[in-house]
Design a protein around this ligand. Structure first.
Ligand SMILES: [Zn+2]
Length: 346
């Protein structure tokens, strides 16, 4: 009985504290916790949480050398689109001064958990939402407009990844002004590598006959990439539910592959699908099943375990399968600009 009373009293206290917090926040501050504008200055190394591995890698390239701690939440090789964080991820999120997420409705369960555990003054910065306005969102095959989730894969397009890095630089410089010069230097070095990757992909793309610059992928991760490099995404096989396509959808895709004259269809290492194999076999078109949109190559600490390494691998795979010459990509230096000490859950 006694313990029940104690519990009841503490519940009242929590509710009261919650109310007063809300009202004082509303009066004192118009800064939303979901924002890339922080008014807080951190005394000491910044604690950073991130979601998918490409964002973790981009953040690590900017924050490296400042003593910041970077912890990813979404394990590599899992479906980030349906990922539900574990209750234990709350500890990582509640310690963070800033949580970098992609946004464009990619990581809602993680964002909800972050909001519920956000420490005072901390922010959730949606880098994708920060650089793209809703009228620029692409809705397409696996991300139809009526589903309410835009295609979130901005990081497979280098100029957009560079803008992510810019947002990260600005957020970290405000949080930790003592290291602002370092973040600026890291950004400049990283931007140079991104530009080199971009230039190499433009060179490599030019070696593919224009009529063959067509992508049929399983996972729908190259929408913004295709606009930038002049490819046509003729389709993406994965339904918006992330289930397997129906037999009718498969039959339509087989017709589409035959009519489009594509020279290769691309599967994803994270989403092995017998369907794509079947389409390849029935149409006689080459089936390449190794693309990966957010699962970095190798193991953490490895030479190609980086956003740069991942993009170089995907681009070279596409270019060669479509009949082009990927040597401009293969000679690139894709090492990180600083040592990556981030934690990548596996
Ligand atoms: Zn994806």
């Amino acid at each position: 009985m006694k313990s029940r009373i104690v519990l009841f009293i503490s519940a009242v206290l929590v509710v009261t504290a919650g109310c007063s917090n809300t009202s004082s926040d509303a009066i004192e501050s118009d800064v939303s916790p979901v924002s890339c504008t922080s008014t807080t200055i951190i005394d000491g190394p910044v604690n950073i949480a991130t979601t998918v591995a490409p964002i973790t890698s981009i953040v690590a390239n900017i924050a490296g050398g400042s003593g910041a701690t970077i912890t990813g939440i979404v394990p590599e090789g899992t479906n980030s689109h349906t990922f539900e964080p574990k209750p234990s991820d709350a500890a990582t999120l509640e310690n963070a001064d800033v949580i970098f997420i992609n946004g464009l409705v990619l990581e809602e369960p993680t964002k909800d958990l972050a909001l519920a555990n956000l420490k005072d003054g901390a922010i959730i910065c949606e880098v994708g939402s920060a650089i793209l306005s809703p009228d620029q969102y692409i809705y397409d095959f696996s991300f139809p407009k009526d589903g309410g989730k835009p295609n979130p894969h901005l990081w497979t397009n280098p100029p957009m990844a560079k803008q992510y890095a810019e947002v990260v630089r600005d957020v970290l410089s405000r949080l930790d002004p003592a290291h602002a010069d370092l973040f600026t230097q890291n950004y400049a070095a990283f931007a140079e590598k991104i530009d080199a990757l971009d230039a190499a992909m433009i060179t490599a793309t030019a070696t593919i006959p224009e009529a063959q610059r067509k992508l049929l992928t399983y996972h729908d991760a190259y929408a913004y990439f295709s606009v930038h490099y002049g490819y046509t995404v003729i389709g993406a096989i994965q339904p918006s539910s992330f289930d397997e396509p129906t037999p009718k959808e498969i039959a339509n895709l087989i017709t589409q592959v035959r009519e489009s004259g594509v020279t290769a269809v691309f599967g994803s290492e994270v989403f092995p699908s017998p369907v794509l194999e079947q389409i390849g076999a029935e149409t006689g078109v080459r089936y390449v099943d190794v693309l990966r949109d957010d699962d970095l190559l190798g193991e953490p600490g490895g030479a190609e375990h980086s956003w740069l390494g991942l993009m170089r691998f995907d681009y070279a795979t596409m270019v060669e399968a479509l009949g082009g010459d990927a040597s401009a990509l293969k000679t690139l230096d894709v090492s990180d600009v600083v040592k990556d000490n981030a934690t990548y859950p596996q």
